[in-house]
Each structure stands twice: as structure tokens, then as C-alpha cells.
Ligand binder design. Sequence first.
Ligand SMILES: C[S@@+](CC[C@H](N)C(=O)[O-])C[C@H]1O[C@@H](n2cnc3c(N)ncnc32)[C@H](O)[C@@H]1O
Length: 371
Amino acid sequence: MKLNFCVPCLLGVEALIAREAASFGAGDVVSENGKVFFSGGFELLARHNICSRFSERLQIVIGSFNAYTFTDLFEGVKALPWEEYIGRTDAFPVKGYSLNSKLFSVSDCQSIIKKAVVERLKQRHGLQWFDETGPVHQIQFSIMKDKVHLLLDTSGEGLHKRGYRPVSLAAPIKETLAAALCEIARLKPYHTLYDPMCGSGTILIEGAMMAMNMPPGVKRNFSAERWDQIPRTIWQQERERALSRIRRDADFAAFGSDIDENALRSAQMNAAAAGVADKIKWKTAPLKDFAPASEKGTVICNPPYGERMEDAQQARLITQEMGRVFPAKHGWSYTVISPSDSFEEDFGRPADKRRKIYNGMIKCQVYMYFH
Ligand SMILES: C[S@@+](CC[C@H](N)C(=O)[O-])C[C@H]1O[C@@H](n2cnc3c(N)ncnc32)[C@H](O)[C@@H]1O
């Protein structure tokens, strides 16, 4: 069965996901702002969920059409082949959003879509009542400028949830963004990676997983795994395939430091849970004492942004410090994500490369220096 997929993603990482999907065997890969589309079968569905480092989730595109009235919406939804995905006992909750459209009441759209899917399934499954006790098939809709898109989520919890990091109160970088930074920095399995403001260690853990080709989602479950439509053997085969490609012997080393001892403790626990503890060494140290042990190195970091006024000056001082302590030596590269417009001035050198990226809602740039 050929399926059309949609991956919603952080703005600025579309090209990374497009390349990743193509490497998994996807066809018809197209990207637009914050979304990547491609096609493939159930194997790809499982592979992308298990192996994608940068995607937020994987959805099946069920259909799209224009709707200006509730009747248009009802008829458009009812015309789609929901019975191919949703079985007689499956649950099918609906959620979504509407922007710049005639149909602006999300709760009304939600209940009309639900009614239309029920009508379709009544006819096709020959049932009058759905008790929805089976596996969840989350329907997601978006209406933008009167264009309706209907999607079915396959991931469940967001794909950034790899399963190695417990819920944390501080705001560590999202796993998908940390992985994207490692890719943008062109991290290789033979590199030595440093993060001198590593907090809970996400960048180093994602970097180690990437270097070892560890599939980020292999330890978790996905909602489509419970669907009857997808043979269990596919999930098993894809997990085995992904595990067989791990390179435990990668000549990779990483070093994390931070001034916050508590953060380092959780970093160590996270690295152990991710299965990369033997690749990373940790140290409590301020940035000013950054003293790398290797000849060459790749530094990737996510310094404090200083969003509050009183912290902004401190953030600038940290950028100035980075400019001072990072060696301008052959074989070194620096990749720093920052929302600051004065980053290059504070760092003391114009970046060799810059790239726009969003950290959640915060517009940032990735500043890159290569020596
Ligand atoms: C935005 S957080 C990094 C979050 C990290 N990427 C993660 O995944 O948890 C910034 C970190 O910089 C650390 N930090 C701030 N000033 C520092 C300094 N002068 N030297 C070393 N670390 C510092 C903080 O303790 C904090 O953990």
C-alpha cells in the first residue's frame, strides 16, 4: 500500500528531514515551511518513526480539499477512505487548528469532522455505533486559507521523546534540535565533540547516538504499532535492521562541562539511559577554563539566551568568553545556536556560515566557524 506522509518539523530543519527520508527509501520528497512530504509503504512508516533524528512526528496524509461552509467540510471529510485505516473498534479522536479561514471555530470543525468520519465508517463497516475501545488513530486537521488537510498521526508522543530523558523542569534543548545542530555541524563518527555549557547533555548524547548510528526511537513505542493494519513483523524487522546498523566501535569521544553540578548529574543519567555513557566524559567547570584535550575538535553549544533583561548582559559576556577561549586552530569548528543579533560582534569574528533556525518559538541563528 502506497501512503503519502507528512512530517511537521522545526522551521529550518526541513532540508535535513528531506535528506533523511530519502536515505530511508522515501519517494516524492518535497518540503515546504515547517513540513516535509514524501511517499512510501508500511516499512517506511516504521523505519521513519524508529530512525528519524529530526522529525517531530510522522503523519499519513488522508486528503485535502477547500471548504468554505460546514457542508463543504462534512462532505469533503466523508468522501475520504477512512475505513482503510480505522477498524471497527478503533478509537479516532480529532484535533486540529484553523487559521485565516471562513471556518474558524475549531470546536465546531472538530465535531463536524468527527460526525463525517462516523458517517463514512457506518456505511463502510456496516455498524451503527462505535465504542472506540481499540488502538488510537489520532485524526489531525489543519485549515489554512480555507484549505483543509486531514492527517492521521502514527507516532503518538512526539518523536523528540526518545525515552532517555525524564521530564525536566529546566528548559533543555529539544532532542530533535540538538540532533539537527550535530548534522549542521557535519559531525562525523571519528570526531571529538565538546559542549562546554552542556546542561543536561542533550547535544552530546544526540551527537554520540548519531556517531554510533543508534536509532533514536528504538527504545520507545509508536501509536501505529498497535494498529491491526500494519503487520507486527514489520516493526520487528525494522527494529532489528536499525539495531544491526549500530557502530559501537565508532572512534568517537565527547566531553561535556557546565557550572551546574545538578545538570551534570542528570546528564550522566541521561547518557546511561541512552546507552552512550562510555563515549562521554563530564566535568564541572566554567567556560573560562575550557581546555580541550584533543588536537582537533567539534564544539557545539546552546549557551544561555538571556531572554530576561537582567540576563542579557550575562549572555553577551558568555559570547565574548567563547570568542576568547575557543582556539582558532586548524581542525577546530564551532557551531553555536543563539537568538542574539550581536553574536558575531560579541564573539569577535564574523561567522563562516550562518543558518536560520527556530528553537520552539524563538527565532535563532546557528553561527558556524571552521578552521
Ligand atoms: C541553555 S542551557 C544548555 C542546555 C543544554 N543544551 C541541555 O540540553 O540541557 C545553558 C547552560 O549553560 C550553563 N552555563 C551558564 N554559564 C556558564 C559558564 N560561565 N560556564 C559553563 N556553563 C555555564 C548553564 O548552567 C546551563 O546549563
